[in-house]
Design a protein around this ligand. Structure first.
Ligand code: NAP
Length: 260
């Protein structure tokens, strides 16, 4: 665990799961600029998480890198305990997510499916549970915001690539709507962003490193999105400017997979 930054314990805390790279790292940087003390969670890439923390600190912000696999409940509990030491939890961004190698369903193993749902769906639900325990006004909390990362894949289905991933992201859509209703009277807003094709490392981890660039000509805007473009939507949903937006699922897909 690496702590850095000033001693302003009054700053509201934002946990960004998977904050070491891609959309999570961009979110962590924007959150620090907005005045949050940021918990930059990571699974493996301590170097990347520490680079995000170092940049935030150099810019005068406050951040802490905390290791933890959101596929493991014990790691989630430790992550939230680390956040408690930083201050009052105001925002959880359920960003950590994985794809696997492109494969048709007929080839998929049970182990692959269990990992996909454990990290992408169950991990987000368990993190939300821990956030609610701290935020709910009926439990003595001051309310808060939970922003989940869905995917345009939940509407497209990702046939012959990642139907398992798309299905787990479909669970995130439903979870967002149901949880928003469940905790609205407890001062907690719940929303999701649903990115389209965004230029990050996730495509390489699925075995298609040039996926974002090669798909550009077929995308409505003829380009993939950037991590910062998604992060700006996350920060807006987290902010008081979105005070009546709950249960909302915001497509950040450059018009890909949007429905009337
Ligand atoms: P990315 O560049 O591959 O980064 C993934 C991040 O998640 C890394 O910080 C990684 O940590 C972390 N992570 C992976 N498994 C984890 C685990 N088990 N526990 C904790 N952290 C874990 O991904 P991204 O493209 O930014 O995606 C971020 C989110 O947006 C994901 O939920 C993804 O499904 C969603 N999304 C992305 C796209 C896209 O086109 N990029 C589109 C739709 C939705 P390490 O650095 O330690 O590995």
């Amino acid at each position: 665990m690496t702590a850095a930054g000033g001693s302003d314990t009054a700053a509201p805390v934002m946990i960004v799961t998977g904050g070491s790279r891609g959309i999570g790292a961009a979110t962590a940087r924007l959150a620090a600029q907005a005045g949050y003390a940021v918990v930059v969670n990571y699974a493996q890439r301590r170097d990347a998480a520490e680079a995000v923390v170092a940049q935030i600190t150099a810019d005068g912000g406050r951040a802490e890198a905390v290791a933890g696999d959101v596929g493991r409940e014990a790691d989630i509990l430790a992550l939230f305990e680390a956040a408690d030491r930083l201050g009052r939890l105001a925002v959880l961004v359920n960003n950590a997510g994985v794809v696997d190698a492109a494969q048709p369903v007929v080839e998929m193993s049970a182990e692959r499916l269990e990992r996909m749902f454990r990290i992408n769906a169950i991990g987000s639900i368990l993190c939300a549970r821990e956030a609610i325990r701290r935020m709910a006004t009926s439990r003595g909390g001051q309310g808060g915001v939970i922003v989940n990362l869905g995917s345009a894949a939940s509407k497209l289905g990702a046939a012959n690539q990642y139907v398992d991933y798309a299905s787990a992201k479909g669970a995130i859509d439903t979870f967002t709507v149901g949880l928003a209703r469940e905790v609205a009277a407890d001062g907690i807003r719940v929303a999701a962003v649903r990115p389209g094709i965004i230029d990050t490392d996730i495509h390489a981890s699925g075995g298609i490193p040039d996926r974002a660039a090669s798909m550009a000509p077929s995308l409505p805007m003829r380009r993939p999105g950037t991590a910062e473009e998604v992060a700006r939507a996350i920060l807006w949903l987290a902010s008081d400017a979105a005070s009546y937006s709950s249960g909302a699922i915001l497509d950040v897909s450059g018009a890909r997979a949007v429905l009337p």
